[in-house]
Design a protein around this ligand. Structure first.
Ligand code: P1T
Length: 393
């Protein structure tokens, strides 16, 4: 089958096969790691489509073809990290242009915009993208990019992608959706009107916490040409081994996301019953303010759950230190469960900006271990905190 024929296959089948036909030279079923920096030319300018691996590499091409297929886009570019992909997208802007950024976005995205790009003349404002009236009010004639994360990091707010796209119908701004928390198995933003999709492939797409990478997917050929030019000129490319690891990860994306979602649903329900837990943030809960939008645009609700504890920062940090299966670490989306304190870890760079997170917030990346073990681990960690909060007789 060729790529056009795979286009008609279901998601799980494309995850395994799109862009990943057996190697024509050897019959290898798995795409080889083309660990080469350069390619021999028959004569000057006569070659098989590859000249130099900053520009293109066959393992990278396979990953790009697969991800474009999974997001339903015409093209994909992959990068050395999610932030390298984000930076590349900002080359679409010029000094004086304005960006609308989600007020609850990954701290590193905020840091790139506020601390690196703003000094070069890119203007930005933060807005609660869940409030479409607020988005409408914040759009300016100079707005060229609207940056949505959904679900957001770390409060798991849900943004109505179609709603924001409709607001931009008569405006030249491009709508970018960071789809890292959902993955294309659960949500395909282009189908809801987004212009571009961004991923930290480090997370669910890679799926095994063994590789850092990023991706952008879109349909507009002019945007592809511009991004490709800038990526080649500036050089933020992933190595072939990293592309191969990500390709291997996406083959199991569907089964992993089903299990992540089922486990997270159980964890969110459990946390909601605990006295030491104040509030639970999970888009799969019917009490989530945008649950109806999540149902409309997502297949399931993914594996991220956040909650606030009673008892202040000490209690939140203590829970994060007490879990045994949930390992205390930044990042998310791997098969193993992780726990972290966003205020002191992933979102420390938003401190003092007005977009900071609560000191009592804890974020879980719920893995695919057995759910009974995960619930028991959280129970013992929360009980230690509860005991510490009760004064001894
Ligand atoms: O780490 P990197 O591959 O560069 O991706 C950046 C990034 C982009 N978008 C979202 C939604 C993200 O969550 C991230 C990275 N986030 C973490 C490392 C974290 O622990 O939240």
């Amino acid at each position: 089958m060729n790529d056009d024929q795979w286009a008609n296959a279901c998601f799980e089948t494309r995850a395994i096969h799109a862009g990943q036909d057996p190697d024509p030279g050897t019959g290898a079923v798995i795409t080889p790691i083309f660990q080469t920096s350069t390619y021999v030319q028959e004569a000057v300018g006569i070659h098989k489509g590859y000249e130099y691996s900053r520009t293109d590499n066959p393992t990278r091409t396979a990953l790009q073809t697969a991800l474009a297929s999974l997001e339903g886009g015409a093209w994909c570019l992959v990068y050395a990290s999610g932030l390298a992909a984000t930076q590349n997208l900002f080359y679409l802007l010029r000094p004086g242009d304005h960006v609308l950024l989600s007020d609850d976005a990954y701290g590193g995205t905020y840091r790139l915009v506020a601390k690196v790009l703003a000094p070069w003349g890119i203007d930005f404002s933060l807005v609660d993208m869940g409030d479409l009236d607020a988005v409408r009010g914040a759009i300016r004639p100079q707005t060229k990019l609207v940056w949505v994360e959904t679900p957001t990091n770390p409060y798991l707010k849900i943004v109505d992608i179609r709603g924001v796209a409709d607001l931009l119908a008569d405006h030249p701004a491009r709508l970018v959706v960071d789809n890292t928390f959902a993955s294309p198995y659960l949500q395909q933003p282009l189908a809801h009107g987004a212009d571009l999709v961004l991923h930290s492939t480090t997370k669910y797409l890679g799926g095994h916490s063994d590789v850092v990478g990023g991706a952008v997917v879109g349909n507009d050929p002019a945007v592809f040409e511009s991004l490709k030019f800038h990526q080649n000129a500036a050089g933020a490319v992933p190595g072939p081994m990293d592309c191969w690891l990500t390709l291997r990860g996406i083959k199991t994306l569907g089964v992993r996301m089903d299990r992540h979602s089922a486990n997270a649903r159980a964890v969110a329900a459990f946390l909601g019953q605990q006295e030491t837990v104040e509030r639970v943030f999970y888009p799969g809960l019917e009490t989530h303010p945008n649950h109806a939008v999540a149902v409309r645009q997502m297949r399931d609700f993914s594996g991220m759950v956040s909650f606030t504890t009673r008892g202040g920062l000490e209690a939140a940090a203590a829970v994060a230190a007490q879990t045994k299966i949930f390992q205390l670490a930044e990042s998310l989306g791997g098969v193993e469960s992780l726990i972290e304190h966003p205020g002191l870890m992933t979102h420390a760079s938003v401190a003092g900006t007005g977009a900071e997170v609560e000191a009592t917030l804890v974020r879980l990346s719920v893995g695919i271990e057995h759910v009974d073990d995960l619930l028991a681990d959280l129970k013992q960690a929360l009980s230690v905190v509860a005991e510490a909060a009760v004064p001894a007789d």
